[in-house]
Design a protein around this ligand. Structure first.
Ligand code: NAD
Length: 328
């Protein structure tokens, strides 16, 4: 199979390409990435010389740049490319709509025109909005996004659905909970807290710190997307989550205790507007229909992740320096 992976230089995309090359050595992967502040070609340095891997620097909105690639013949598209940081979406909503929704539409059009056999849209549980203290999101939960980020992702999901209903494009949508693991940009909670704690810097926590997320190790997400790509029923949506609900303070305390750092580093700051209180995923459908199950326990996965950042502080410094130099 020849598979276009967009956003493959980011956190999940780079883990996905590494995972896929190890699991499917005969498939071919073309990584289309614009290399925004969040994209880093160094994330894939170990596969750069693999003859089954190719990198194309392009914006998913740039039809002219992408068309030659689709003309070559593409079997599948897995769309990870996105502006992904909620805080940034509050400052720059338009960029999120253009990349996440309009960019997806460009990819859908090309996929339709050139007869792509499967289009997998990597979406998020955030499109469902927020939950109270109980209950879980199912694939039937209404879309009630609360941030410009989640609204732009929900818009993309609706376009993907429409291309299935209107044009018969074979699609799937995956909606995963919060990921953690190696190569995550250090503006996101877990790498940010590890970095600051290691440098004895204050640890910013929104509001009371009791917002709950359902954490999943990134490789378990990659395995789920691979299953959907190969076995997903056309037109279907699959939720992905690990039943690892933790509030932000719990996550931070685990990191502090692993690093032997004091809780006095924690600083509560003013809450983010539209901050969703709780996400939790019902992943029964992908478990029952495709046989997926997470392989990492949160406790061991988070320990492994902390170790990875400790051993790869040079990577963290390098991505921070890159974005500081570009003014982002
Ligand atoms: P990320 O920000 O680390 O990576 C995004 C990548 O997309 C970067 O490499 C960036 O350069 C690239 N990109 C951005 N705009 C582009 C454009 N216009 N054209 C081409 N490339 C562009 O994000 P991530 O955390 O790896 O998330 C990947 C996908 O998974 C996103 O679609 C996100 O919505 C979804 N998702 C993320 C999580 C999570 O916890 N991180 C959970 C569920 C779903």
């Amino acid at each position: 199979m020849k598979i276009v992976v967009t956003g493959g230089a980011g956190f999940i995309g780079s883990n996905f390409i590494r995972y896929m090359l190890s699991q499917h050595p005969n498939d071919e992967f073309i990584n289309v990435d614009k290399l925004t502040y969040a994209g880093n070609s160094e994330n894939l340095s170990e596969v750069r010389t693999n003859p089954k891997y190719r990198f194309v620097k392009a914006d998913i909105r740039d039809r002219a740049a992408l068309e030659p690639l689709f003309k070559e013949g593409v079997d599948a598209v897995v769309n990870f490319a996105a502006e992904s940081h909620v805080d940034r979406s509050i400052l720059q909503p338009e960029l999120f709509v253009l990349t996440n929704a309009a960019g997806t539409q460009t990819l859908l059009d090309l996929s339709r025109q050139y007869g792509v056999g499967k289009f997998v849209q990597v979406s998020t549980d955030e499109v469902y909005g927020t939950l109270g203290a109980t209950g879980l999101f199912t694939e039937e939960s209404p879309l009630q996004p609360n941030s410009p980020y989640s609204a732009s992702k929900a818009g993309a999901d609706l376009l993907v659905r429409a291309y299935y209903e209107t044009f018969g494009l074979p699609i799937n949508i995956t909606r995963c909970s919060n990921n953690y693991g190696p190569y995550q940009y250090p503006e996101k909670l877990i790498p940010l807290i590890i970095y600051n704690a290691l440098h004895n810097k204050p640890l910013p926590v929104y509001g009371d710190g009791l917002n709950v997320r359902d954490w999943l190790y990134v490789e378990d997400h990659c395995r789920a997307v691979d299953l959907v790509l190969r076995q997903g029923v056309d037109g279907e949506i699959y939720n992905i989550g690990g039943h690892n609900e933790r509030n932000n303070l719990q996550v931070i305390r685990t990191i502090l205790s692993e690093l032997n750092k004091p809780e006095t580093l924690i600083r509560h700051i003013q809450d983010r507007p539209g901050h969703d209180r709780r996400y939790a995923i019902n992943a029964d459908k992908i478990r029952k229909e495709l046989g997926w199950a997470p392989q990492y326990h949160y406790e061991s996965g988070i320990r492994e992740t902390i170790r990875w950042y400790q051993e790869n502080m040079a990577w963290v410094e390098q991505v921070l320096e890159k974005s500081a130099n570009s003014g982002l």
